[in-house]
Design a protein around this ligand. Structure first.
Ligand SMILES: [Zn+2]
Length: 365
């Protein structure tokens, strides 16, 4: 009998077991949900009230080249996520959507401090989201789609709540919160402003990632790793600035890039999002191609599924088209991400051996 690999199409990529480490809850709502939740609370500022038109408006704003317009879109999603029922619904749908896209493990992050406008307290916000993930995971499982969701709590770089959010992450570490993150504008807000949060987390033997090296260059990555002690880099795309390829094809790594590769520091790369925000000119020119070739610990992520109009399957299918990747490469991305997840080693190993590898074996045999 001759086995022929399954052709790589968007549909077959959707069937492959995938692992997602960088996805924002407030960037991944269904357009219909944004509209319905806005209706419920009388929020009238949405740019469109038809789901397709709203999705198009968000996508247009995300690559308008204007950071202001891009951030406005989060203003809308966050505005409709201010009560427990809404948070629960959004989290449940997120889990279902990721499961339906073939994600077998996903870490989804959100910033509790952005959901207090109607007086919700941080613990109630976290509990609503965790409950939503549980409900969505169960609903998907009933349809035969199995995903495990780990939650990351994000603190905003420009604010001063990071220590408090870090404590919240520890409080809920056995209830589904697997790590911590800081996000927001890089320029002018170095991660070293939040050192007390990172020190606290290290003392608690906890994991964290830092958005670094997206808009801002190598100093931001260096601080995140060498001052703050980040386990992973959110984006980290600018590490490519420390990689010099000469005309004859020889590639030389600077000390920081060498450190990142030697220590197997995971890069949570989000190609489409980077193209939209201008951190990369195009998919073809995105450093992910070079960094993957040099065998950095590259992972592929969505960042904001609604704003960028992407899914993890779509993102991977785009890379297949651009860089000619095959099933072995897609398995490598999934295993890289699973190895870099913030859940325990035994659980990561079980997902790699029992789910990820058999899944790709079935597709590439
Ligand atoms: Zn992000």
């Amino acid at each position: 009998m001759v086995f022929v690999p399954v052709p790589i199409t968007l549909d077959s990529v959707r069937d492959a077991p995938k692992v997602l480490l960088h996805d924002h809850l407030d960037g991944g709502l269904r357009p219909t949900t944004v509209i319905e939740l806005a209706d419920e609370i009388g929020y009238r500022a949405l740019p469109e009230t038809d789901p397709d038109a709203l999705a198009a408006a968000f996508l247009a704003a995300s690559h308008s080249g204007s950071l202001e317009r891009y951030l406005e879109t989060f203003g809308h999603t966050v505005a409709v996520m201010q009560n427990a029922a809404a948070l629960k619904r959004v989290a449940a749908e997120c889990a279902e959507d990721l499961a339906d896209d073939g994600c077998v493990y996903a870490e989804v992050r959100f910033a509790p401090e952005l959901h207090t406008e109607q007086g919700l307290e941080h613990h109630a916000i976290v509990e609503a989201v965790l409950e939503g993930f549980r409900i969505g995971t169960e609903r998907a499982a009933a349809r035969g789609r199995h995903v495990r969701i780990g939650c990351l709590l994000t603190a905003m770089r420009h604010a001063a709540r990071s220590r408090e959010i870090a404590e919240l992450a520890i409080r809920y570490r056995d209830a589904g919160v697997v790590g911590f993150d800081i996000a927001g504008a890089e320029a002018g807000f170095p991660p070293t402003r939040h050192l007390d949060a990172f020190e606290y987390l290290r003392q608690q033997n906890a994991h964290f990632t830092i958005h670094a090296g997206e808009a801002f260059g190598l100093p931001s990555i260096w601080e995140a790793l060498q001052w703050c002690g980040a386990d992973r880099l959110g984006h980290g795309v600018r590490i490519a600035d420390d990689v010099v390829a000469s005309e004859d094809g020889e590639v030389k790594l600077g000390r920081l890039a060498a450190y990142v590769r030697d220590k197997r520091i995971p890069l949570e790369m989000c190609p489409t999002s980077n193209v939209h925000t201008g951190a990369a000119r195009s998919l073809a020119e995105h450093p992910i191609g070079l960094l993957a070739k040099l065998r950095f610990r590259v992972t592929v992520n969505t960042d904001n599924r609604l704003m960028s109009g992407v899914s993890l399957s779509g993102e991977l299918a785009g890379l297949v088209e651009t860089f000619g990747y095959g099933w072995a490469d897609l398995q490598w991305f999934a295993v890289n991400a699973m190895k870099s997840a913030f859940i325990g080693f035994d659980e990561r190993l079980a997902l790699i051996e029992d789910v990820v590898k058999p899944g790709y074996a079935a597709l590439s045999a």
